[in-house]
Design a binder for this molecule. Structure first.
Ligand code: AMP
Ligand code: MG
Length: 344
């Protein structure tokens, strides 16, 4: 599944090292000095480390905004996690081949956006891959499903069979055994939603990072945004590059996040819906977009499309940038991003 993603390492590193820092934001005459508080807290949610950084006028607003962010992520986990049998998506999966299931507008919207991502990436991104993701269960099982098993799953992973009735507010999976898996997009979506709650709670800036899925808003004091380091896919402790983000999301899909090796071959968690085997074109794909849902959906979909078609798609889209490392380690950067990268 889905949102319970156990990443063995983080792909993106937020370069804000403070826990609670109070910064003078500038002098106003000789009287008061407006202050800005920056705080950073981490908790485990959705099976991954979630870090929330908040910029606010005072620490009590910062605390309320941080809590609002974490609460929102917890709420979404209940709605979307397919580890939980009581989530809306689990109910949709349980009724596959039987009935349409009424879901909240929010779940419906997420599935509709996921189908748009599928269309955009020519099926590279595919939320109907649930049965194949389960068969591989890369971290827990470390088993390679045989051809017969993959052949059996093939008719169950066709995303064009997912039926959405917007008026009735229902989702129907017409074949028994079909299963939705929003693991490739849900954390980016959760980062978007958490940021909205933090803004409503009075935060003037911040970052929500669910492992490698990050959304920023506002700026750090005395900076133009939030600096983020992008990990090298083959050197755990070294950064490929640095980028400063402003009102943007960033998301990385990498073959080093969850994998096992057998006879010198790396088997990782991003599956090619055509072959139902781990996608082979890239080592990592980092996407920068306005919304986390777009960055997260596209990193997975473009990983599957491969470096050439993937970068061609990025260049066609507005407000989307990418860094792609292909399967030989060659790095390609989209035209709108080249001038923004800094040496680590
Ligand atoms: P990400 O790290 O964003 O690439 O998401 C990876 C997760 O998405 C996997 O752990 C699966 O749950 C799911 N997934 C794997 N392959 C695909 C795919 N081709 N399309 C959509 N979701 C996928
Ligand atoms: Mg993704």
């Amino acid at each position: 599944m889905a949102l319970d993603i156990r990443k063995s390492c983080s792909s993106l590193i937020i370069l804000v090292r403070c826990f609670v820092v109070v910064v003078a934001a500038g002098c106003v005459g000789t009287h008061s000095v407006p202050q800005v508080t920056v705080s950073k807290r981490a908790q485990m949610h959705m099976g991954t480390l979630v870090t929330i950084t908040v910029v606010s006028s005072d620490s009590s607003t910062g605390n309320v905004a941080t809590q609002a962010g974490f609460d929102e992520i917890k709420r979404l986990e209940q709605l979307l996690s397919t580890w939980r049998s009581d989530s809306e998506l689990s109910r949709v999966n349980a009724e596959a081949g039987r009935f349409p299931v009424k879901v909240s507008q929010e779940t419906l919207d997420l599935v509709v956006r996921s189908l748009e991502m599928a269309q955009l990436t020519h099926g590279g991104f595919n939320i109907a891959l649930g049965p194949a993701v389960e068969a591989w269960n890369v971290m827990d099982q470390q088993q390679i499903p045989n051809d017969k098993e993959l052949q059996r799953l093939r008719p169950l992973v066709n995303w064009t069979h997912i039926r959405i009735d917007k008026e009735a507010g229902t989702i129907f999976l017409p074949h028994e055994g079909m299963r939705l898996d929003v693991g490739g997009i849900g954390k980016g979506y959760a980062a978007d939603r958490a940021v909205e709650k933090m803004k409503q709670a009075g935060a003037t800036g911040g970052v929500v990072a669910l492992s490698g899925d990050i959304k920023t808003f506002g700026v750090l004091p005395d900076r133009k945004g939030f600096p983020v380091g992008i990990r090298h896919p083959r050197q755990e402790d070294s950064l490929l590059t640095l980028v400063e983000l402003k009102e943007e999301a960033i998301s990385t899909a990498g073959d080093y996040e969850r994998f096992f090796e057998r006879d010198g071959v790396r088997y990782h968690h991003i599956l090619d819906p055509q072959t139902l085997l781990p996608a082979r074109g890239c080592q990592s794909v980092t996407i920068i977009a306005k919304e986390g849902i777009v960055a997260d959906g596209l990193d997975t979909g473009i990983f599957v499309l491969g470096p050439e078609s993937g970068m061609a798609l990025v260049e066609r889209l507005s407000d989307v940038e990418a860094i792609i490392v292909d399967n030989e380690g060659k790095i390609t950067v989209s035209s709108g991003l080249r001038h923004r990268l800094r040496v680590p």
